[in-house]
Design a protein around this ligand. Structure first.
Ligand code: TRP
Length: 428
């Protein structure tokens, strides 16, 4: 069975090294696995929660799309699209809203952090909290469930959202008594899902501690690494490798042997300056071919646009099919013509009847049909039509005797009694 893998990245800023290590690089690697159908998208609807600056959204969408492509995402192999190009996502979002308990959203980390910050600042608890932020996990669930993804590669900070997605999917399935949604699993690289920033806290724009991925080129990379916080031990003094984020950042790009070597060197007194030089060289070696590709794409935005539009066109039929199932499940089916019972054909009660005709031989003949129109008798063979007509007239009162002296042939299975019965029907 093909495994469906899906992940989104929110274009709210310029991609940094943390995005690369925590999301882009593992996702690109995963996308190359056999038997995997991968969905990668720009969660630009999510971006509207945090960013109300349209220019920044536009810039970030392009930068992030170019970044993923430069980092090796192959749009021929994976589905690469923008969330906002799929109107099915907000439609599913609404249906999910209607089964998602408010209490579940109250427990979301991102929301709780805001409430706590408001409490600490002595503010009203709701200050600065939009419904978009509050319902963020439900939109994310829609992203995942619209394609019934099996695995979602995410940072540790997003694991709660996947759990909420499972919860919401289960409720929907149970509410409507249908197994429409598959429950997704988070896929976390346990070792280093969250890359620390310059100051050791999670690398994040909001902490202003990021190392840019491509922006500013090699020079900016070098300058940012120089700013990673260390203690003030001098070269030659033994150092604690875990006293700085530098080691963890190096780890994210190094083999196990290189990691061990780096630690040993620090313990033996390697200076921070040299250590930073090693880290820069290591990272730059991995990034520089990608940086060239990135710059190329940034110079051709229409190329990126076409790739994303094609990606959306490819997945929309899947989204459509799922939405149809959901609509049917919740009671938003399309009306179909109600099958009207056809009135029973009332059988016309016809009477048995004679038909007269002249044959090619010049003789006159007649046929008798019963009330259902079946031929029962052929007779005649007489020289005049009048003679035949008279005999037919007499049949009503005299029965078969009226045809004495004429050629007469009863159809198979027809007896004189049946003819007699037919005659009485002709009379009354
Ligand atoms: N919330 C994710 C982030 O900020 C982005 C995202 C949106 C996402 N929808 C998703 C990730 C669905 C995985 C699956 O990084």
């Amino acid at each position: 069975m093909t495994i469906r893998l899906l992940t989104g990245i929110t274009p709210s800023g310029t991609p940094h090294l943390g995005n690369y290590v925590g999301c882009i690089r593992p996702s690109v690697a995963d996308s190359k696995k056999p038997d995997t159908e991968s969905f990668y998208f720009l969660s630009d609807l999510h971006a509207l929660i945090k960013v109300h600056d349209p220019e920044r959204i536009e810039k970030s969408r392009l930068e992030i799309a170019a970044t993923w492509l430069a980092c090796g995402l192959d749009p021929e192999v994976v589905h690469f699209y923008r969330q906002s190009d799929l109107p099915e996502v907000p439609e599913l979002n609404w249906m999910l809203n209607c089964v998602s308990p408010k209490g579940l959203m109250n427990r979301a980390h991102a929301y709780k952090a805001k409430v706590d910050a408001n409490a600490n600042a002595g503010e009203d608890l709701d200050v600065g909290i939009s419904m978009g932020l509050y319902c963020y996990p439900i939109l994310m669930a829609a992203d995942i469930l619209i394609f019934n993804a099996n695995y979602v590669p995410v940072g540790k900070d997003q694991v709660q959202h996947i759990e909420m997605c499972r919860d919401i999917a289960t409720r929907f399935n149970q509410t409507y008594g249908k197994d429409i949604f598959t429950l997704p699993e988070p896929l976390i690289d346990e070792e280093m899902a969250v890359l620390p920033g310059l100051d050791g806290r999670k690398m994040s724009k909001s902490y202003d501690n990021v190392i840019p991925l491509f922006e500013g080129g090699a020079k900016a990379l070098k300058e940012a690494i120089a700013k990673i916080v260390t203690d003030s031990k001098l070269p030659g003094e033994p150092k604690d490798p875990d006293s700085t984020a530098l080691t963890q950042i190096f780890d994210a790009f190094a083999t196990p042997e290189e990691r061990a070597g780096f630690r040993d060197q620090l313990k033996l007194g390697m200076g921070w300056g040299i250590a930073k030089e090693i880290v820069y060289e290591k990272i730059n070696k991995e990034l520089s071919p990608m940086r060239r590709k990135y710059e190329e794409l940034m110079g051709e935005p229409e190329k990126v646009e076409n790739i994303l539009a094609e990606g959306a066109a490819r997945v929309r039929p899947l989204a459509d099919a799922l939405i149809k199932e959901c609509r049917d499940a919740v009671g938003l089916k399309r009306y179909v013509p109600v099958a009207k019972a056809k009135p029973e054909k009332v059988k016309k009660k016809t009477k048995p009847s004679f038909k007269q005709y002249k044959e090619g031989d010049g003789l006159f003949w007649f046929k008798l049909n019963d009330a259902d129109g079946n031929l029962v008798l052929t007779g005649g063979g007489v020289a005049s039509g009048q003679e035949a007509g008279k005999a037919i007239g007499k049949f009503k009162t005299e029965g078969m005797k009226a045809f004495d002296g004429m050629t007469l042939q009863l159809e198979p299975g027809i007896t004189e009694e049946i003819i007699e019965e037919i005659r009485t029907q002709m009379v009354d």
